[in-house]
Design a protein around this ligand. Structure first.
Ligand SMILES: Nc1nc2c(c(=O)[nH]1)N[C@H]1C(S)=C(S)[C@@H](COP(=O)(O)O)O[C@H]1N2
Ligand SMILES: [Mo]
Length: 368
């Protein structure tokens, strides 16, 4: 009996109507954790609370023997060790990162994959070397179109065996805030976040931020790897080639008020004034407006939106909520300077990507 990779790793599946989460989805959800919504109180997500998403295993990388190759359509390829990288000019960028699959579990029908609710987000201060500077050192050829980034992790996805690899256009790759980062919040990268170095592409969904980076290849023809040409595409029909998933769509999230029930996580609040707060972000521009509703979207009012503390970090918003007894449904929606805003109903795609519709938070407000 032979076992082929395509027998083990089949095509993606859409859950049947009403189908519950599978054991496999539970296993993914336990490996890849969300940021709990109460952590929205922090401007920089504390260690361990930032979301994690790994397609394969966390590779064990030895910092002493690790090298970053920068090669391909370049004048003089280089192979740098960690020490050399750390001696180059340091830059720190505060970045809100979100997984493209955030919100997937709210879709109906549900694409069977990592079943994110809304917590696949976090903000960190990333320190490293500007990718543009590394590329300048090697001299990018005039024929270059894309840059391919490979991680040290390896696996199978939809019958395709590969390292985790992503491509970016030369113009995106050389924008000044794209980093090869070796520190997260002033400390070496934790294993799950890409030790010893990762790519950081501010404003883009998480899949672009290649972890355990080991190889940067400048290409004279368009990158045709699985994660760009097959996986991270917006399509409704399996036969469509679809459009690529790129920048983060606007989203606002609330710190849920009151206190939760252990098992159902239903919120309970006392009547009267509550200071509500949350954070909002977009990869397409500044957040210009956040609206809040406590009646499931029948009426909305504007929250106060604060300025971001950097070009790529989320923005805090606050409002006073006067809670009256009964069952309330809190909703928030963000608008950005590019004219994008959160849709009222989810936009469905087979991969369950870029669903930035909000999920109402039911709150039971007690009698006085
Ligand atoms: N090498 C590698 N890089 C990767 C991934 C991966 O599986 N392997 N996952 C990507 C995805 S889909 C996301 S959302 C982000 C998550 O980054 P984090 O775990 O540091 O939050 O890493 C990206 N970089
Ligand atoms: Mo992701």
């Amino acid at each position: 009996m032979t076992t082929s990779i395509t027998e083990i790793s089949g095509p993606p599946r859409i859950a049947d109507p009403g189908e519950g989460l599978s054991f496999e989805e539970l296993a993914l959800a336990a490996r890849n954790h969300a940021m709990p919504p109460e952590a929205l109180r922090y401007e920089v997500t504390p260690p361990g609370l930032h979301y994690v998403l790994n397609h394969f295993d966390i590779p064990l990388v030895d910092a002493d023997t690790w090298r970053l190759e920068v090669r391909g359509a370049v004048d003089k390829p280089i192979s740098v060790d960690l020490e050399t990288l750390q001696e180059m000019p340091r830059h720190t960028v505060r970045v809100t990162m979100e997984c493209a699959g955030n919100g997937r579990a709210h879709l109906a029908p549900r694409p069977v994959s990592q079943p994110w609710l809304n917590g696949a987000v976090g903000t960190a201060d990333w320190t490293g070397v500007r990718l543009a500077e590394l590329l300048e050192d090697v001299g990018v050829g005039a024929e270059a179109v894309d840059v391919a980034f490979s991680g040290a992790d390896h696996g199978v996805e939809r019958g395709m065996e590969d390292d985790y690899r992503r491509g970016l256009s030369v113009s995106e790759a050389t924008s000044p805030d794209v980093l090869v980062a070796y520190e997260m919040n002033g400390a070496p990268l934790p294993p799950q976040h890409g030790f010893p170095a990762r790519l950081v592409v501010p404003g883009w969904y998480g899949m672009a931020h290649v972890k355990w980076l080991r190889d940067v290849e400048v290409l004279a023809s368009p990158f045709d790897g699985f994660q760009n040409t097959v996986n991270y595409r917006l399509r409704t029909d399996p036969d469509e080639s679809g459009t690529p998933v790129t920048r983060i769509e606007p989203r606002a999230l609330l710190v849920p008020p009151g206190f939760p029930d252990f098992m159902t996580r239903t919120r309970v609040a006392r009547p009267g004034q509550h200071a509500l707060e949350g954070r909002a972000w977009s990869g397409w521009g500044e957040i210009t407006r956040v609206e809040v509703s406590d009646d499931d979207g029948a009426t909305w009012s504007d929250a106060e939106v604060e300025a971001a503390s950097g070009a790529h970090g989320w923005q805090r918003f606050t409002t006073i909520w006067v809670a009256s007894p009964g069952e309330r449904r809190l909703r928030v929606r963000a608008h950005d300077s590019s004219g994008r805003s959160q849709p009222d109903t989810p936009v469905w795609s087979r991969g369950g990507f870029a669903n930035n519709a909000d999920a109402p938070i039911p709150v039971f407000v007690l009698e006085g």
